[in-house]
Write a protein that binds this ligand. Structure first.
Ligand SMILES: Nc1ncnc2c1ncn2[C@@H]1O[C@H](COP(=O)(O)OP(=O)(O)OP(=O)(O)O)[C@@H](O)[C@H]1O
Ligand SMILES: [Mg+2]
Length: 221
């Protein structure tokens, strides 16, 4: 059987003497759409950061495509992060002085793609998230839902195999929530593996598997 995209084994995260993640064992299979729910402070974002190789566990191990991750090798870590994982944060973190298109181009340029090619693919991705014609706008000239869609296009820049989204609809109205959710379902249908943190039970129900966290532990799956 194919290795899980990402797997955590006996992962603990300790901050200031307190375990904010406790004995996390988890496998995300290729093509899966997993959602994570749980009360505020239960460890959802912390878990996502470890899955995204943004943060390292205090104990335990993380495997990415079956390979054990060495968190001390920063260059190799950032190569996986930039090339294979797309991260969507609750707040979009777009660069305010850059246009929508330039924001989407950044990860491609970082990966060494020519600016010509990055521009073309950037336009294509913005079209895909319904933002054709808005390429030259800066974030302040876009609505919240549009900014989040730029962030999704940016996360897709390097054709990631895994997308991690931390409350991607947390700041959106119901119409934009639907738009974002439809984009996620389309991406998943194209074969991208997705992990989404959400507070909304009705959204979680549309994924394949719901994982519930409480006080740093996975209490149900
Ligand atoms: N860098 C940090 N330093 C200290 N404590 C932290 C740090 N990061 C997270 N925590 C603590 O760890 C716990 C889990 O935080 P986390 O952000 O993972 O929760 P969450 O489930 O994402 O919550 P929310 O739904 O509010 O986003 C919280 O008690 C938080 O205060
Ligand atoms: Mg959080």
């Amino acid at each position: 059987m194919e290795a899980p995209v990402v797997a955590l084994r006996k992962v603990f995260k300790r901050i200031d003497g307190e375990d904010i993640l406790k004995d996390i064992n988890l496998e995300v299979r290729k093509g899966e759409f997993l959602s994570i729910v749980g009360a505020s402070g239960s460890g959802k974002s912390s878990l996502l950061y470890i899955m995204g190789l943004i943060d390292k566990p205090t104990f335990g191990e993380v495997l990415f495509e079956g390979e054990r991750i060495e968190f001390s090798r920063e260059e190799y870590l950032s190569r996986i992060r930039n090339g294979k994982i797309g991260f969507i944060f609750q707040f979009h973190y777009l660069l305010p002085e850059f246009t929508a298109l330039e924001n989407v181009m950044v990860p491609m340029l970082k990966a060494g793609i020519s600016s010509e090619e990055a521009k073309e693919r950037g336009r294509e991705l913005l079209r895909k998230v319904g933002l054709a014609g808005k390429e030259e706008r800066r974030p302040y000239q876009l609505s919240g839902g549009e900014m989040q869609r730029v962030a999704i296009a940016r996360a897709l820049a390097n054709s990631p195999l895994l997308i991690l989204a931390d409350e991607p609809t947390g700041n959106l109205d119901s119409r934009n929530t639907e738009v974002v959710m439809d984009i996620f379902l389309d991406l998943n249908a194209e074969g991208i593996t997705l992990v989404m943190v959400t507070h909304e039970e009705y959204l979680a129900k549309r994924s394949h598997r719901v994982l519930e966290m409480k006080d740093g532990r996975i209490i149900s799956s």
